[in-house]
Write a protein that binds this ligand. Structure first.
Ligand code: GDP
Length: 648
């Protein structure tokens, strides 16, 4: 009560007079304990309480027992046995073994996530080529370097320099060794794949332009590689330029904590030029040396464990997936589950487009025969039959839907705020279209980082390919904005129809520009929060009392003779009376005059007479603050590391 304003105190007294009281706790009543099971009650499976373990992930592996599975999922053995019967498995004792696919089906039914553990126990391990990703700051030459390296690849040599873009390529060295390069430069793709558990990259090539030096995204790439525990080989690019200063780059990298070889560390540095192709051989040698140190080996026999690098839809051939086998061998004709999709492998093609009957570890290849389009980073698992493939795919789709709904619900939950103004959250629906599925995922993930307590970024539809009339119709129906990344402009008929429907289309090729553009749109759309701010301050210099006024004119009143010492005082605003920094009263302005003239505002430096409704407790030296309500919009913030967010 001590800090309460008079108005609040008055309200409290009123509430009590009306009879509002805080609810009393009910008496604790002990529940009736039952000693006998209920009779004639059909069996009801125990309720799964997903709220208790919202995002639990358990490890599963080939050949775990039913009792082990029950323990890991936190369910009873009979409950697990019931699920097993439902998925068509024979159930014997609790020590019976279940296959890894069945274990996943059970876990999905229980509502927990799984991580598949693959054992290489007893299997022969053979050396495999390294898988390399190129990262670095925008315009430092990642794409140019990949292009230059691709031209040294087998595919380019055999196809006369023309290579099919399938998301990865192999460079063969004279020694017979080879290197696999992932063809999607950029950090978003790397982190999207890593987020889905697809740790396919063995080495990161950090490209730094010799004429520009270490930049925000260079540092970001370094931290991505560090977080993924992936070694770095530095390629100082553009060394052909007169302004090139590789020494400066070395010093900068060293001071950022990268242990370079020259400084006694283990990170190799190679000077290259993607334009003149100088140093490319040295870079390839450095990568092989790094791979040798890592002693990269993989199991070749047994069923494959692979990951999707890129997926696209071909009009004639259906979904085409570029993938890399991590271990085992993928054989044409096998039934596979890829993420939430499934299919039977109709054809395997290598980077030259040659049909192969199998794919070995670290080899990029393209597969045909899937029923739907998976996403970059999805795992490819081989299953025993079409029935099992269908079942797992359906289960995974259901789980994805549940997770998506849960995410939307979580996103929609308003943060309970006890303060006077509750933030309103509006929805910003977006449709994402990009060149390939991997980019779609990366762009979607990046856009979701723009979520804020005021604007909920809802990606309502995604797809690979150009923007179609269907996208415009959907955008119109749900008031969405269409984002096109790395795709051609839509046909003019589609653009016109979007204009007519007032649907915004945003086309970009650089992720940072896209995020900035969308970030500003989001800020515009945000409702903002109403905040009280001090518009002006006046100090009381003298006090006048108006006495003996008639009843018709009103009661006696005190007028504070003030000087405005900061900002300006507005008649319509709320006034706050402060004494020695402590708030004494808050109320509306009764009168504001300058030399007997009624005025609306008084600016800094001027004197005025001010009366506050129901306040007569003025003292000389008191401060009267003029409070006004402002709508504060969120801000789009982009940090030095290239990360963006909306600050509310
Ligand atoms: P990315 O954004 O990192 O993929 O960079 P790009 O590969 O698109 O290259 C950006 C610009 O730098 C392009 O204009 C390239 O032609 C140029 N560039 C890339 N590598 C070199 C190089 O080694 N030497 C010179 N002189 N220019 C380069």
């Amino acid at each position: 009560c001590f800090h309460s304003s008079q108005e609040l105190l008055a309200k409290k007294i009123n509430d009590e007079a009306v009879g509002f009281k805080s609810p009393k706790r009910k008496k604790y009543v002990k529940k009736e304990s039952r000693t006998q099971p209920p009779v004639d009650t059909p069996y009801v499976p125990p309720k799964k309480n997903t709220n208790i373990m919202p995002d639990r992930t358990i490890n599963i592996f080939e050949g775990m027992t039913i009792s082990e599975l029950a323990k890991r999922t936190g369910q009873s053995i009979p409950f697990i046995q019931d699920i097993l019967v439902n998925v068509g498995e024979k159930v014997g004792s609790e020590f019976d073994l279940v296959s890894i696919d069945v274990a996943e089906l059970v876990a999905m039914e229980v509502g927990v996530n799984v991580k598949r553990l693959h054992s290489n126990e007893g299997a022969a391990l053979e050396p495999r080529p390294p898988v390399v990703t190129v990262m670095g700051h925008v315009d430092h030459g990642k794409t140019s370097l990949l292009d230059a390296l691709r031209q040294t690849s087998v595919a380019a040599k055999e196809a006369g320099g023309i290579t099919q873009h399938i998301g990865a390529f192999i460079v063969d060295m004279p020694s017979g060794a080879s290197i696999t390069f992932l063809d999607t430069p950029g950090h978003a793709a790397f982190s999207a794949m890593r987020a889905r558990g697809a740790a396919v990259t063995d080495i990161v090539v950090l490209v730094v332009a010799a004429d520009d030096g270490v930049m925000p995204q260079t540092l970001e790439a370094m931290s991505h590689a560090k977080a993924a525990n992936v070694p770095i080989v530095v390629a100082i690019n553009k060394c052909d330029k007169p302004a090139a200063n590789p020494e400066r780059v070395r010093i900068q990298l060293g001071s950022e904590g990268l242990p370079l070889e020259e400084m006694g560390g283990d990170v190799q540095v190679v000077e290259v030029s993607a334009t003149t192709k100088i140093g490319l051989d040295k870079l390839e040698e450095a990568l092989l040396l790094q791979a040798e140190l890592m002693d990269l080996k993989a199991r070749v026999d047994g069923s494959a464990q692979a990951y999707v690098v890129e997926a696209r839809l071909d009009r004639g051939r259906g979904p085409l997936v570029t993938a890399i086998v991590k271990a085992g061998t993928l054989i044409c004709g096998q039934h596979v589950v890829v993420g939430a999709e499934w299919g039977r492998i109709r054809a395997i093609r290598d980077t030259l487009g040659k049909v192969k009957d199998k794919a070995l570890p670290s080899m990029p290849f393209e597969i045909e025969g899937l029923r739907g389009l998976p996403m970059a980073g999805d795992d490819i698992i081989v299953v025993e039959s079409e029935g099992r493939a269908r079942m797992l795919s359906e289960g995974r789709k259901k789980k994805l839907d549940q997770d998506r709904l849960k995410k939307i619900d979580e996103g929609r939950i308003e943060i309970p705020d006890e303060s006077e103004e509750k933030p309103v959250r509006v929805e910003f629906p977006i449709i994402v279209k990009a060149d390939v599925q991997g980019t779609v995922q990366a762009v979607t993930d990046a856009l979701i980082t723009l979520n804020s307590p005021q604007v909920y970024v809802n990606v309502v539809h995604v797809g690979a390919g150009t923007i179609s009339q269907h996208d415009v119709d959907l955008a119109q129906a749900c008031g969405a904005c269409i984002v096109g990344f790395n795709i051609r402009s839509p046909p003019s008929s589609v653009t016109q129809s979007a204009n007519r429907a007032n649907v915004k289309i945003k086309l970009h090729r650089v992720i940072y520009h896209l995020l900035e553009d969308l970030g500003n749109l989001i800020v515009d759309k945000a409702p903002g929060t109403m905040e009280t701010q001090v518009a002006g301050e006046a100090q009381i210099l003298s006090i006048f009392e108006l006495k003996g006024r008639s009843k018709a004119k009103g009661e006696d009143m005190k007028i504070a003779g003030c000087r405005v010492i900061d900002g300006c005082v507005n008649k319509v605003a709320t006034m706050r009376l402060l004494r020695s920094g402590e708030v004494l009263f808050e109320g509306s302005c009764k009168s504001l005059k300058r030399e007997k003239q009624d005025v609306d505002t008084v600016a800094k430096g001027n004197e005025c007479g001010l009366a506050i409704n129901e306040c007569n407790d003025f003292q000389i030296g008191d401060i009267i603050q003029c409070l006004e309500k402002v709508n504060r919009k969120p801000k789009f913030i982009s940090s030095e590391s290239g990360a963006v967010r909306i600050e509310c």
